[in-house]
Design a protein around this ligand. Sequence first.
Ligand code: A3P
Length: 287
Amino acid sequence: GGEFQLYHYEDLIQAKYLPLMFEPKEFFSSIKNLQYKKGDIFVCAYPKSGNHWFSNIINHMLSTKDLDEIEFINVPLLETPIMKTLQERPSPRLFVSHLPDSRLPRLHFENGGKIILILRNPKDVVVSYWYHLSKDRHLGCSLSWSGFLEHFMKGNVLFGSYFDYLKKWQRLIQDQKYSSILYVYYEDLKERPLEELQKVQKFLGTDGTTHRLNQIITKCSFNNLKSNVDSGRLRTTLVDENKQPFVYRKGEIGDWMNHFTVLQNKQFDELLDRELKDSIFKFRYRP
Ligand code: A3P
């Protein structure tokens, strides 16, 4: 039990070279029909946008325990088989997903459930994603940096195009069909965490003091998470321990500058111009 199996799942994965650990088709409908419980919160993010960091922050914010007593968590993705058992957790339940809104539980939307969208600039996302996929035993990507970048630019990666993902959320936000949604930028969380957490707090209706929020920020700092997070069962099945860690790898803004060549950057900027032309999301690429 508990072992992941590999499936090709064409809906999520356009890239044929990457197998995926999802269950067959019915699994999507079981996600779509997930029951709603009052207080459910979804953290949504394209891969590598900081969901492990952020879900730990939220988990601390939701708790009234002494901060020392709260353990670090590794919330599995909604779209993994393990999620079935996690549905039984007490409220408020925290879910993390890389799926677009159309794939998320219908009842969450119908009940006005809260959604926090984490956004990170695409250049740092692609770098982080490349490291992730090259370290991941099951997803095992043997592409060079330049090869991976090309696939990413075409949306030919696990979970598809980041730009499509952004456009889908933009549509939901712009159509004003849904108001229980807050988006925060990785870069802002990194550079002015208190301000961002105050926004989040207002959105969630939690009531930690400034002092407590600051303590949460410190406790969930990159270095602290990196040295304290138990790699856990989920991770050990997935990660080749002999390789570099990828969930807490570097945690900085602008690491893309160490990877993009001048030409790659030019081509990527052209793509950004096209894809984000009408975007409501404004990214920062440098600290
Ligand atoms: P890098 O690969 O650039 O280091 P996710 O959790 O969505 O998979 O995202 C992982 C990315 O978030 C990694 O980016 C990781 O280092 C970064 N990250 C994790 N914890 C962080 C923290 N406390 N502060 C800043 N970045 C963090």
